[in-house]
Write a protein that binds this ligand. Structure first.
Ligand SMILES: [Zn+2]
Length: 247
């Protein structure tokens, strides 16, 4: 039952206690990884030899039980990974280097996408600094597991200026999902060729439509790398009646 309440897997729960911290009752669950998850590198998850007991027990903030704060507490031994050297062993309830459980971080990242930061920090009782670190970890994990360039069909290429127009970012968006899939500093043919190098010949052949502003160098690179794709002036510039809008 507690595994379900705490939203953890592959975790042994030894005891649950109510403790008073700074005048507030908190729930502390003493846990340890299931034997199949013990002795693994915190960075790659591969089995690694034990090194030492680390710096004593650690606590991870979990999802609140009602309005009561919840912490998971466990020893944090270190292991020696063949590739990553000495590192804190992986735990099944949290991401490496985090003081929050994975369930807490996933909830926090979802809220960061769907609500105001001020609402989120009050609701979850976290600082905006913690939110920033959590979102960074969750995005890094997703980015490693998702190939954002897979299955692209209709894309938009746009130049965005910053530093008052002295610097430019070249951005590629997926019109089907509305997501930014690639960005790099610069605004010339070579910058755009780097995108197509990463995309590869096969995936470039899957493109059906490319929208862009009227820049000649964009048209030239698209004609060179994805000749089958229909080039469209993006709606933004068409609506402007041919007048170049700065984003
Ligand atoms: Zn490792």
């Amino acid at each position: 039952m507690w595994r379900s309440v705490l939203s953890v897997e592959h975790t042994v729960i030894e005891k649950i206690e109510l403790e008073t911290v700074k005048g507030e009752d908190v729930l502390v669950a003493s846990v340890r990884p299931h034997w199949s998850r013990r002795g693994r590198c915190g960075r790659c998850g591969r089995r690694a030899a034990g090194y030492d007991t680390g710096g004593g027990p650690r606590r991870w903030r979990g999802m609140d039980a009602g309005t009561t704060r919840v912490y998971l507490q466990a020893p944090a031994p270190r292991v020696r990974c063949a590739e990553h050297g000495v590192t804190v062993a992986a735990v099944p309830w949290a991401r490496h280097g985090s003081r929050f459980t994975t369930a807490f971080e996933d909830t926090c990242a979802w809220l960061a996408c769907h609500t105001a930061l001020s609402t989120l920090t009050v609701l979850l009782r976290v600082t905006w600094r913690s939110v920033a670190a959590i979102v960074t970890r969750v995005v890094a994990e997703r980015a490693a597991s998702v190939d954002r360039l897979a299955g692209l069909r209709r894309i938009g290429i746009d130049e965005i200026s910053y530093r008052r127009g002295y610097r430019y970012l070249l951005c590629v968006v997926d019109h089907d999902t509305g997501r930014l899939v690639w960005a790099a500093k610069g605004r010339n043919a070579d910058t755009l060729r780097r995108f197509f190098d990463l995309l590869g010949v096969q995936r470039a052949a899957g493109l059906t439509h490319v929208s862009a502003d009227g820049a000649e160098w964009i048209h030239q690179v698209v004609a060179e790398r994805a000749p089958q794709a229909v080039l469209c002036l993006d709606s933004f510039h068409v609506v402007a009646g041919g007048v170049r809008w700065c984003v």
